[in-house]
Design a binder for this molecule. Sequence first.
Ligand code: ZN
Length: 203
Amino acid sequence: MKIIAIGRNYIDHAKELNNPVPVEPIFFLKPETTLVRNNQPFFYPDFSNDIQYEVEIVIKFNKVGKNIAPKFAHRYYSEIAIGIDFTARDLQNKCKEKGLPWEISKAFDGAAPISKFLQLESIADFNNLSFRLELNGQIVQEGNTSQMIFHVDQLIAHVSKFMTIKIGDLMFTGTPAGVGPVKIGDRLTAFIEDKKMLDFQIK
Ligand code: ZN
């Protein structure tokens, strides 16, 4: 399986990193080895001094598809979760300066803690879903799916022009403003609406 991750899908976040607001979706891949499940701890890697959290709504694909039209895209996923797109910002900034690929900053082991999944049918309105991240009990990121620059169905249409979507693939749909660093000993807690979904420690 693959993990598709969307960059700069919330205007406030694009601005906080001094990135231009994109005219079409930006995506990259994270390998399966980035996943951390069941609230297992995240182990701070020794190759970075600036690991940052990015809280994101995640969808799971339940159908194979290629060149999916936006109006049919909702048929390709039925479960959602919340996850952290951990980023070694120091390494990412170096890659960006040199115009190099980002993988060392986004695709390292453990860089995608993820919650259990919720059935989409249990969600009142997926297009108006609030979520948040707390760092040691303080809210650091708050978002709502209604604030996405590109709606999930547009993201699926765009990505599936280039690569076949397979059953079990995941998509991290972008982070709202408020990204920031973690340190050893921190605790991250992520919520969809007021439901606690993710709760783990940095070790
Ligand atoms: Zn991200």
